[in-house]
Design a protein around this ligand. Structure first.
Ligand SMILES: NC(=O)C1=CN([C@@H]2O[C@H](COP(=O)(O)OP(=O)(O)OC[C@H]3O[C@@H](n4cnc5c(N)ncnc54)[C@H](OP(=O)(O)O)[C@@H]3O)[C@@H](O)[C@H]2O)C=CC1
Ligand SMILES: O=C(O)CCC(=O)C(=O)O
Length: 427
């Protein structure tokens, strides 16, 4: 149970928040974390809920609910994405913010964790509605963001264009161009080359490391990917580059399979041309039921869509050798316990998908210094940091004879706790 009186904890109705708290409790026990520090880390530092009125294309005003949660400000400004999804709520955003803290901790980035969300289905927005929603949300949370306070980035349902609107809205308020207010912007506006691809690229660096350790050849290996948005589609592109066949993919409209390997270049073209931007109906693959996707036999399974899709119900049925978590929180603690008794090699989310925030950090540094790097340098630094983090997690796991998830969480939580202790408790 999270600390405090359940009746007064506004996050507690979210199963995703409860999952993040349960993970933290497990780690706290394993590393004998001071209980006062553990309690503090279970509750975010600051949360803001805002109403976001938007003039819709038909002339009505619709009011959306938006959230920004800053889990920790101990290690620097808080950092994390902004999500547009129909059912997003305060607790889910708080969990995602907590995971950002551990992720930045593992990567040694000078940030605390944050996340934002607006409860809206972006696919239902028309004309200028998404832009007006984004600009009004930026206005509403303006008092708690800033280049040295809290820096947003894309997550589910948002992209480079969304970040450009935030940049523009914030810059108009402060009266000068302030690219360092967001990362994941278009390159023309001070974005970093390679940021769009960074998360998927990082996922595949981790997969390659796991394959090396397990003596698996990437040529001849097969992959199943859930999600064909930013993370899923780039992961597919990068898997093809290392010779791995993607045999099944799913998005929210359905799932497809082709055991000879899905042609990703042609699938990208198909998706960009259809109105719903879906993989469904791709002529070179057969449709399969969604429930079959995650249990399709493969060398590596990459959930790259949403939380809590691997549960006690399906964990024992996975037929992969490596589980590479592109999404945040795809595996719940009950599933984790089941996987611990199998030979599935788990690359946990806070390590596996850390490439995005890592290149966001490069972008922020470049914007602050007003000095841009080239793509070669960005990719070389990304690879160096990802492989370094992968090795730290594996050394911790082997040294303590624990799973990769507990090892990764231990490193992330310990880094934040150490810094908290050093700064001391203000009376
Ligand atoms: N973007 C980034 O840099 C980072 C993202 N992440 C995490 O990666 C995950 C994906 O994010 P991102 O790729 O940016 O998001 P996108 O919005 O670009 O893509 C999300 C994908 O998930 C699919 N999806 C949505 N709902 C379902 C569902 N019910 N079943 C199956 N698929 C579904 C979407 O399908 P459709 O298009 O049909 O809606 C889409 O293909 C999230 O967990 C995010 O937090 C983690 C680190 C960094
Ligand atoms: O790039 C960033 O700042 C954060 C990306 C993100 O939201 C995540 O890693 O979950």
């Amino acid at each position: 149970m999270p600390p405090g009186n359940p009746a007064s904890n506004p996050f507690i109705s979210s199963p995703t928040y409860l999952m993040a708290c349960q993970q933290l409790r497990n780690v706290a026990r394993a590393i004998q974390l001071d209980s006062g520090v553990a309690e503090r880390l279970m509750l975010p530092k600051r949360s803001q809920i805002v109403s976001v009125p938007v003039r819709m294309e038909d002339g009505r005003t619709e009011v959306f609910v938006g959230y920004r949660v800053q889990h920790s400000l101990t290690s620097g400004p808080s950092k994390g994405g902004l999500r547009y999804a129909k059912n997003v709520d305060l607790g889910e955003v708080a969990a995602l913010a907590m995971w950002m803290s551990w992720k930045c901790g593992i990567m040694n980035l000078p940030y605390g964790g944050a996340k934002g969300g607006i409860a809206v289905d972006p696919a239902e927005l028309r004309g200028g509605e998404k832009e007006r929603l984004t600009r009004r949300f930026t206005d509403e949370i303006q008092n708690i963001i800033g280049p040295r306070v809290d820096v947003m980035a894309p997550d589910m349902g948002t992209d480079e264009q969304t970040m450009a609107w935030i940049y523009d809205t914030y810059s108009m308020k402060v009266g000068y161009a302030c690219p360092e207010i967001v990362t994941g912007k278009p390159v023309e506006l001070g974005g970093c080359v390679g940021r769009k691809e960074a998360t998927g690229r990082g996922v595949v660096y981790c997969i390659s490391e796991a394959f090396d350790e397990l003596n698996i050849k990437s040529e001849g290996a097969t992959a199943v990917v859930q999600g064909f948005g930013n993370v899923g589609s780039v992961t597919c592109d990068e898997l093809v580059k290392i010779g791995t066949k993607v045999v099944a993919i799913g998005d929210r409209y359905g799932s497809i399979r082709n055991d000879r390997g899905i042609n990703i270049a042609r699938l990208n073209e198909y998706v960009s041309r259809n109105e719903r931007k879906t993989i469904v109906g791709f002529p070179e693959a057969e449709a399969i039921p969604d429930a079959e996707l995650l249990i399709t036999p493969c060398t590596v399974l990459v959930p790259a869509a949403m939380e809590r899709v691997i549960t006690a119900e399906n964990a024992g049925k996975l037929k992969c050798r490596v589980l590479a978590e592109g999404a945040n929180g795809p595996t719940d603690p009950e599933a984790d316990a089941i996987l611990a008794n199998t030979d599935v090699f788990v690359i946990p989310d806070i390590l596996c998908n850390a490439g995005g925030v890592t290149v966001s950090y490069f972008e922020w540094v470049q914007d602050l210094a007003q000095f841009m790097w080239d793509e070669e340098e960005v990719n070389a630094q990304l690879k160096k940091l990802m492989l370094g983090a992968f090795k730290r997690v594996r050394d911790e796991a082997k040294g303590r004879k624990i799973g990769n998830r507990l090892a990764a969480l231990s490193l992330g939580v310990q880094k934040v706790a150490r810094e908290k202790n050093k700064r001391g408790l203000y009376p």
